[in-house]
Design a protein around this ligand. Structure first.
Ligand code: F6R
Ligand code: ZN
Length: 189
């Protein structure tokens, strides 16, 4: 049997994926993610802006199937730290993922779960990032426009936010003299 949602339209201007289930994350949903707690609380006291939206399609279920989602991450900063996604490990740790950059300018921050080693990789149009299994991943928008990307992952991957909620990523991407600079979290918080 051929799954029904086998073709879907992307609209990069609207950042939409037809038929996708939409999840929105606002600033209040990212408590504990930004290094500068004071800047976070001050911003939240003024406003609770939308940081990102993911439209996910799950055409079929089962361990040999794929799911995918269109992410739209807004531009902006909390203090000097660029807007970012929560970041996660896959609940099924071996699950890898492919990110396809479609629009905007940013990075993916990867962190190997076992060694804690970090990699910062560009994510923009015409760029594909392969996220290996057992690797925490977070998207960061360093540009002035929304960062739009597609993530394709095993249907069985799942999300594990809990492991990072307590310790967070070791590295932080901040703006310094107009440029993104990757620093140790301990150096900025
Ligand atoms: C799925 C995936 C992406 C993210 C999206 C939002 O495995 O990696 O679709 O879910 O970039 O980020 P999180 O899920 O960390 O809030
Ligand atoms: Zn993922």
């Amino acid at each position: 049997m051929i799954a029904e949602a086998i073709v879907s339209r992307l609209n990069l201007d609207q950042g939409s994926l037809a038929g996708g289930a939409v999840t929105e994350r606002h600033l209040a949903d990212l408590k504990g993610c930004f290094a500068d707690e004071r800047a976070y609380r001050a911003m939240l006291a003024r406003d609770n802006p939308l940081l990102y939206r993911v439209s996910s399609l799950e055409p079929a279920h089962g361990e040999d199937q794929l799911h995918y989602g269109l992410g739209v991450l807004m531009p902006g900063k909390v203090g000097r730290e660029y807007f970012l996604t929560k970041g996660h490990l896959h609940a099924w740790r071996p699950a890898a993922e492919v990110y396809v950059g479609l629009r905007g300018d940013g990075f993916m921050l990867l962190e190997d779960e076992a060694s804690g080693e970090s990699r910062l990789l560009p994510l923009r149009a015409n760029t594909v990032v392969y996220v290996p299994g057992h690797t925490a991943h977070r998207t960061i928008n360093t540009g002035r426009e929304p960062l739009v990307y597609l993530g394709i992952y095993p249907a069985a991957a799942g999300h594990d936010y809990g492991a990072l909620a307590t310790r967070n990523f070791r590295k932080v991407l901040i703006e310094q003299d107009g440029q993104p600079v990757l620093l140790e979290r301990s150096a900025v918080s």
